[in-house]
Ligand binder design. Structure first.
Ligand code: ADP
Ligand code: MG
Length: 337
């Protein structure tokens, strides 16, 4: 419940910033915005759209989140991800082609991300159970025993028969880092398919936009202060980008004996990375930077900055656990603190 209320507060804060931004004078679209908020995929999802049929379009966008959640929710024993996990070490499982798409996306991203990202991390995330088990810190021995189960290269994906096989008993996939961004992409497609030319989808820090605001100004987005649930650490006008994605240690976490334990785990060690409190990526969705924020959270500032060079036009805001804010060169002068 604590976690939920934190997510609520932080999401509401971003909303209020957006509302005030959206209330400026001038109208490009005669119609009023249609805005709806739902709790889905363990987070608050807020969709705002302008233009004809905006209500129908927003409902269709939410359907996409619901559909992808139905496939990937590891806490629902009947989801496809759960079925794949239950059959680990025993048999392959036939899945929806979109599950294959997400797994292949994660695999291709993992290859570029220096071992920082691994969707076969499920056994470890389940052991920690951040947000679901209370304040539980597993023993080092328990973590080490599960680490050999974390290796995305072992996942057997057959994209002709649409089957997935986890070859080791106890192996678990966790699409937590993949599903929200993928669903958001699909939600944007659903809005566009219904003629929407101005919209904002905020899925708990995974933000995607279409076009500009109704007053022809760029959408402006607040990046949450990771250590103050009511504060904004930075503001940014989405002039050149249509995706803003944040991974941080402040939405799903617990504190035990003064130590913060979050939901993002370094697949190489089985423990939480400690250098960053949050990292935000801004990019063009065409550049397919999905999952970059999770990987950067694991890698830290220096390796993260290096990695960023491989993605021209993609920028980052790093906020360290000791309160430093570091922005990539392309963002200098474009951000308000
Ligand atoms: P958020 O869920 O806050 O958007 P992310 O997109 O970074 O954060 O995804 C974090 C989720 O991804 C975790 O809740 C867990 O399910 C999963 N996960 C944690 N660490 C990793 C990792 N190193 N690689 C892949 N998935 C991870
Ligand atoms: Mg995410």
């Amino acid at each position: 419940m604590k976690v939920l209320s934190r997510i609520l507060i932080s999401s509401l804060l971003v909303c209020s910033l957006l509302i005030s931004a959206g209330c400026s004078t001038g109208t490009l679209f005669a119609a009023k915005p249609y805005k709806e908020t739902q709790f889905l995929m363990d987070t608050i999802i807020e969709i705002t759209a302008y233009g004809n049929n905006n209500e129908v379009a927003v409902k269709a966008a939410f359907d996409e989140f619901r559909r992808i959640n139905g496939l990937t929710n590891k806490f629902d024993a009947s989801s496809q991800v759960s079925k794949v996990n239950q059959a680990a070490g025993k048999e392959k499982v036939q899945v929806d082609p979109e599950v294959i798409t997400m797994l292949k996306l994660a695999r291709s991203r993992a290859e570029q991300l220096n071992g920082a990202l691994d969707v076969s991390i499920g056994a470890i995330t389940e052991l920690w159970g951040v947000g679901h088990k209370g304040e539980f810190v597993p023993s080092q021995a328990a973590i080490e025993a599960l680490l050999p189960l974390v290796n995305y290269e072992l996942i057997e994906i057959d994209d002709k028969a649409n089957t997935v096989f986890l070859p080791k008993l106890g192996m678990r996939i966790d699409l937590g880092a993949v599903a929200k961004g993928y669903a958001n992409r699909k939600a944007i497609d659903a809005l566009k398919a219904r003629g929407i030319k101005s919209a904002l989808v905020n899925a708990g820090g995974d933000v995607r936009i279409i076009g500009k605001r109704q007053d022809n100004q760029p959408w402006r987005i607040g990046v949450q202060d990771p250590r103050n649930s009511e504060g904004i650490a930075a503001k940014l006008a989405m002039t050149e980008w249509d995706v803003l994605e944040t991974s941080g240690d402040y939405q799903r976490f617990f504190v035990k004996d003064g130590v913060r334990y979050s939901h993002i785990i370094d697949p190489r060690t089985g423990y939480q990375p400690r250098e960053l409190a949050s990292v935000t990526i801004v990019a063009k969705s065409d550049n397919y930077v999905d999952l970059l924020s999770t990987a950067m959270f694991v890698l830290g500032v220096e390796k993260g900055q290096q990695l960023l060079k491989q993605y021209p036009g993609t920028e980052a805001i790093f906020i360290t656990t000791d309160g430093k804010k570091i922005v990539s060169p392309g963002l200098e002068g474009k951000i308000e603190f």
